[in-house]
Write a protein that binds this ligand. Structure first.
Ligand SMILES: C[S@@+](CC[C@H](N)C(=O)[O-])C[C@H]1O[C@@H](n2cnc3c(N)ncnc32)[C@H](O)[C@@H]1O
Length: 264
């Protein structure tokens, strides 16, 4: 197993279980846009075969399944897969969940209509990411869609600047760069150091053979940490979805997320 994979597995097998991405029935702020986009892009998925790539504890797998899709979910972390199995059992949905790496999946060619991934690619190093995109391509039926939602960092100076602003999120805090805690935060940081630009994502999908479209989003949702109110978050995300496209072109520099829509 590569160093990065061991790091990822270690982090997700050992993360405190209460540190879920879905706290008390509400998605954590940085995951809310994913949910919003997810509902917009995946309208009628009844009977569709969907693979949730890097499913985590399975909240999206559960949603997809409750919308009528036939869901398979994979993740590197055994603990996450155990959690997903418990969730599926408690909510009485049928999800085939198994431990596997997104760059080497135990399924035959052209098995899925859609491959969905929320916040997974940025956990892969460049070699794993390239293989994962090719693997998704292999697994998709012709005309099938890969839909990924990832963090975006188009402007290096902006990324550097926001490191000075502390994130006081209970479950995913980040100290300010000015704080003595910042060094420790960096040491424990489990994301590989790699590009997260629109250009990079477009290239890696094109190179694997897809037709790719992307949508940068999430300026207003940087404010969503200010509220845990479900409707306020929904409103903030709607602002992003409907208003952002009319803003100046260089908005892409400041967006927090990218939605990648790739067709085989
Ligand atoms: C930020 S979490 C996102 C989980 C889920 N998709 C969600 O949106 O809630 C990233 C997940 O990627 C998984 N992961 C990291 N590298 C992986 C790999 N090579 N193959 C499969 N899963 C991987 C981790 O175990 C973790 O569950």
């Amino acid at each position: 197993m590569s160093t990065n994979k061991s790091k990822q597995k270690d982090r997700y097998d050992n993360k405190p279980r209460e540190e879920s991405y879905w706290v008390e029935g509400i998605p954590m702020p940085h995951f809310y846009p994913n949910l919003y986009v997810f509902r917009k892009l995946l309208k009628d998925i009844r009977g569709k075969k969907i693979l949730d790539f890097g499913c985590g504890c399975g909240q999206f797998s559960y949603l997809l399944s409750s919308m009528g899709a036939d869901v398979t979910a994979i993740d590197l972390s055994e603990k996450n897969i155990e959690d997903l199995k418990k969730l599926a059992k408690n909510r009485q949905v049928d999800i085939l969940a198994q431990v596997a790496s997104v760059d080497n999946c135990p399924f035959s060619d052209e098995s899925f209509d859609i491959i969905f991934g929320s916040a997974i690619l940025h956990h892969l190093d460049l070699d794993e990411e390239r293989k994962a995109c090719q693997e998704a391509f292999r697994l998709l039926k012709k005309g099938g869609r890969a839909i990924f939602i990832e963090p975006l960092q188009n402007a290096v100076w902006f990324k550097e600047l926001i490191q000075y602003v502390p994130v006081r999120d209970k479950y995913n805090p980040r100290p300010s760069r000015l704080s003595p805690e910042y060094e420790k935060y960096l040491l424990e940081h489990h994301h590989p150091d790699r590009p997260l630009t629109s250009r990079h994502f477009i290239e890696v999908f094109r190179q694997s053979g897809y037709d790719v479209k992307v949508k940068e989003m999430g300026i207003f949702n940087r404010l969503d940490r200010l509220t845990r109110n479900f409707f306020m978050r929904r409103l903030i995300c709607s602002l992003d979805y409907y208003v952002l496209q009319y803003l100046v072109p260089f908005r892409k520099k400041f967006c927090r997320n990218i939605v990648i829509m790739a067709t085989k």
